[in-house]
Design a protein around this ligand. Structure first.
Ligand code: LMR
Length: 396
């Protein structure tokens, strides 16, 4: 019999659960039919639904017809999937043999593996992380034992990147420290580096001998597939070591299938092979092999020219809707004008936590505590009500 002084499951402290997951539960529990969920980052069309992309549906049909076995694929998952992603994720570096990629369960799986292999390579490395950032970044890095050093990334009053502070923080990095960078569609602010800023960041990364880890979870939903990859590609141009944690969950709309990949570059093909052997061993310890279905679907799309073309049309349409809704919100009030100049699924509204909470209770509008909202979380029909409620909250 365990007493309360012996550490056990019963003596665990209460958990501080991920704020975004808690928000999903809160919204689900609200019975009001008019509720608006602009919390978690899931694309919704004008009708307010998250449809399965045509290209994905067609690929699933093909897969159902053609797949003959559910036998294990091995730790790398679908090898062809990672290969076909290369031109998209790596662009002009697609043929670089010093870069290897492996399928992971979503972008989360890729990030976790990245942090873990970085910790193994250099236990003293610190992760330089701009704030605010995606709430899961710090615990994932810290969960591997890496120290996180936060710096201010965004000026929430002026709605701009605190670029000087960012450069100063990277300048203060020690050789071997990890620079965690959002490849595009910054989560939660929507404030993306412009090409000149990417160049300046890349210069400091090289000068200070930092290792960039790029979170590329929203490629294609910002400025375009290539434009959104350019920051990472510029790093690959000049850095010996780069890690890219990629996700197809958003740009293929396969959220629950958990589809991602980790790409690792080192200075030589042999050292990349060795690093990747460690990555695969770590994956083996955590999930053994990635789930297949979503990766196989993406692979099937990318193997087929017509389906790939259709996917790109659908991706363009998602991006157009994002930018269209941004423009509509920006036009509604001068205080929201900045939203038109930001990218991706999120921006932060000029609301404090009390205003965010009152939107929940009064108007059944659910956004993150920080005021981050999913730009395409609501239907076209709900958009005017959303804007009116936000403006009222700002005034109140
Ligand atoms: C988000 O930030 O809403 C998405 O990345 C979904 C998630 O897993 O948090």
């Amino acid at each position: 019999m365990l007493d309360m002084l012996t550490p056990s499951l019963a003596t665990l402290p209460p958990v501080e659960s991920d704020s975004l997951l808690a928000l999903i539960a809160l919204c689900n529990a609200d019975p009001r039919p008019e509720k608006i969920d602009v919390g978690v980052g899931v694309y919704r069309d004008g009708a307010g639904t998250t449809p399965i992309l045509r290209a994905v549906k067609a690929a699933e049909k093909l897969l159902w017809e053609r797949q003959e076995s559910k036998g294990y694929l091995g730790g790398r998952g679908d090898v062809e999937f990672a290969k076909l992603l290369r031109p998209i994720v790596l662009g002009r570096h697609a043929d670089d043999e010093r870069i290897d990629g492996v399928q992971t369960p979503g972008g989360c799986g890729a990030l976790r593996l990245a942090f873990q292999v970085l910790k193994l390579a250099n236990p003293y490395a610190r992760v330089l992380m701009g704030t605010p950032t995606w709430p899961n970044h710090p615990p994932m890095a810290e969960g591997t034992g890496l120290e996180v050093v936060r710096y201010p990334f965004y000026d929430a009053e002026r709605r701009v990147i605190r670029f000087d502070a960012m450069l100063d923080a990277l300048q203060a990095g020690r050789p071997g420290d990890v620079a965690l960078l959002h490849g595009c569609c910054h989560n939660p602010t929507g404030a993306d580096l412009d090409p000149q800023q990417w160049q300046a960041v890349t210069r400091v990364v090289v000068e200070r001998g930092l290792i960039p880890l790029v979170d590329l979870a929203y490629q294609g939903l910002g400025r375009g597939l290539d434009e959104d990859g350019e920051g990472a590609w510029g790093l690959l141009d000049v850095c010996d070591e780069v890690l890219i944690a990629q996700s197809c969950d958003k740009n293929f709309g396969v959220y629950r299938d958990r589809v991602g990949a980790l790409f690792v570059k080192t200075s030589a093909k042999d050292s990349t092979a060795n690093a990747m052997a460690h990555v695969l061993q770590m994956a083996r310890e955590m999930w053994s092999m990635p789930p297949d279905h979503g990766g196989a679907v993406v692979r099937t799309v990318l193997q087929d020219e017509a389906l790939t073309a259709d996917w790109k049309v659908e991706l363009d349409a998602m991006r157009a809707r994002l930018n269209g809704v941004r423009a509509q919100i920006a036009r509604a009030d001068p205080r929201l004008a900045y939203i038109a100049g930001q990218y991706g699924m999120f921006s932060m509204l000029p609301l404090n936590f009390d205003q965010v909470k009152s939107l929940r209770t009064k108007s059944a509008i659910y956004m993150a505590d920080s005021g981050r909202f999913n730009v395409v979380g609501m239907s076209d029909e709900a958009l005017p009500r959303f804007i009116a409620a936000v403006v009222e909250a700002m005034d109140g």
